[in-house]
Design a protein around this ligand. Structure first.
Ligand SMILES: Nc1ncnc2c1ncn2[C@@H]1O[C@H](COP(=O)(O)OP(=O)(O)OP(=O)(O)O)[C@@H](O)[C@H]1O
Ligand SMILES: [Mg+2]
Length: 405
């Protein structure tokens, strides 16, 4: 089983997928823009060979170089788990006439308007929306959609440049901020709670499913620095209240022609109990959500994904034992972290239910919380009872304080 895996060590969790591939017996050919000498030591044992390309985002150039590199070798899979590279992987597969999702199918997971058109065409509940490319189109779309609305880039990630707009005056303030974005979506603002629906699929059929609850909604996590974002996987994901989300999620996979691999969907649960589609990617969620799923089910989804991608089978028991909560912390102040308060108390309270503590240590420079949800580090808890997992998560969110003074 020869596998070409794009970006085998970036972002850092990709190292785990590379490991998974090697562990299920694949011979892994990595392609990335990092120099070979700069590859992290942990990934090296899992790579059979590696091609450094000058610009990993330059699809045509990468396709030519990888084609040259692999000439004469039989390749069985071309895979990518990092959002910006999923179309590139599909284009290489097409060029080589290989199995896997086509570029057109993958576009349905990348282009937010195309995605919504396809999901809507399947009769599923999607926010009203329009593709907009200039100021005139934004104003016309706002007229059609009404307020409040959401303006966001078509190929966005990390809630960057995403704005909630309450009225026409606010729209005029936001329009200049969107100027450098080529294409945006203008969308009906959906009230309600926000959740994920994550899967590992074999030919569009989920063999593993997960729901996680965002506390608060990502747009608020990204706009208010004082918040410690919390995300908790829901052990009891098949409860009646969440059933519309599971049903929506499964139907979306069909509507978009999902093949084999990870998916990460976001959806809203309205006050009336209706599930509304948010967005979906044909790759795993970021921000440690795969670690959370692993803690939820005591499995190794990095390896199980690889088994599915290579051999089409999922071997782990997908039982759900815990609610796993991650709490991202942001230090008050700028520059380097100077101290952490309340950690000792929290760790004593949480005991064995705290499974990870990776707060940046004093002396470390703060991360840019606008750029990365990872912020200034995280703690992770898990507990069989939802209420206790929730309590512990918020004990960390409010009780641990970090400073950069
Ligand atoms: N129509 C909507 N109604 C209400 N909130 C929305 C809507 N669209 C987006 N949001 C909010 O903005 C956030 C970011 O939007 P979206 O997920 O589409 O963009 P993204 O940049 O890909 O985000 P990320 O990479 O963080 O998942 C959503 O998680 C949600 O909180
Ligand atoms: Mg999103």
């Amino acid at each position: 089983m020869r596998v070409v895996f794009l970006a085998p060590s970036f972002p850092p969790e990709m190292i785990q997928y590379t490991r998974g591939l090697a562990e299920v017996g694949a011979t892994v050919y990595g392609v990335g823009d990092a120099p070979r000498e700069a590859l992290p030591r942990e990934v090296r044992p899992y790579l059979h060979d590696y091609l450094q390309v000058p610009r990993i985002m330059d699809e045509d150039d990468v396709i030519e170089r990888v084609t040259q590199w692999m000439r004469g070798k039989q390749v069985d899979r071309v895979l990518a788990n990092w959002e910006p590279l999923v179309i590139l992987a599909a284009r290489i597969r097409e060029r080589w006439g290989m199995p896997g999702m086509s570029a057109d199918t993958v576009r349905g997971f990348r282009d937010k308007e195309l995605m919504k058109e396809r999901v809507r065409a399947a009769g599923l509940r999607v926010p009203r929306s329009r593709r907009v490319c200039n100021e005139r189109e934004i104003r016309a779309a706002a007229e059609f959609i009404g307020y409040p609305l959401i303006l966001k880039p078509i190929a966005g990630a990390g809630s960057a440049d995403t704005y909630r707009v309450g009225d026409a005056a606010e729209l005029e303030r936001v329009i200049p901020l969107m100027r450098y974005i080529a294409e945006a979506s203008c969308e009906e603002y959906v009230e309600g709670e926000e959740f994920t629906f994550d899967t590992v699929c074999v030919e569009g059929r989920p063999v593993y499913e997960n729901i996680a609850s965002y506390l608060p909604k990502p747009i608020e996590m990204r706009s208010l620095e004082w918040i410690s974002p919390v995300i908790i996987t829901v052990r009891d994901m098949y409860q009646a209240r969440l059933a519309p989300g599971v049903e929506l999620g499964r139907n979306v996979l069909g509507a978009l022609g999902m093949g084999t691999g990870f998916t990460h969907m976001e959806w809203f649960l309205t006050p009336k109990g209706e599930a509304v589609f948010g967005e979906i990617g044909c790759r795993p969620g970021g921000g440690h959500i795969v670690d959370q799923m692993n803690y939820t089910s005591d499995i190794d989804l990095f390896r199980e994904w690889a088994r599915v991608a290579c051999w089409g089978v999922f071997e782990a028991a997908p039982s759900r034992k815990y609610n796993a909560g991650i709490i991202f912390k942001r230090a008050q102040g700028q520059g380097r972290i100077t101290r952490i308060e309340g950690l000792g108390n929290f760790l004593r309270d949480a005991g064995k239910w705290c499974v990870e503590e990776q707060l940046l240590r004093p002396g470390t420079r703060r991360r840019d919380w606008k750029q990365t949800l990872l912020s200034d580090g995280h703690v992770m808890v898990r507990h069989p009872d939802w209420a206790e997992a929730h309590r512990l998560s918020f004990a960390a969110a409010t009780g641990i304080k970090m400073y950069a003074e």
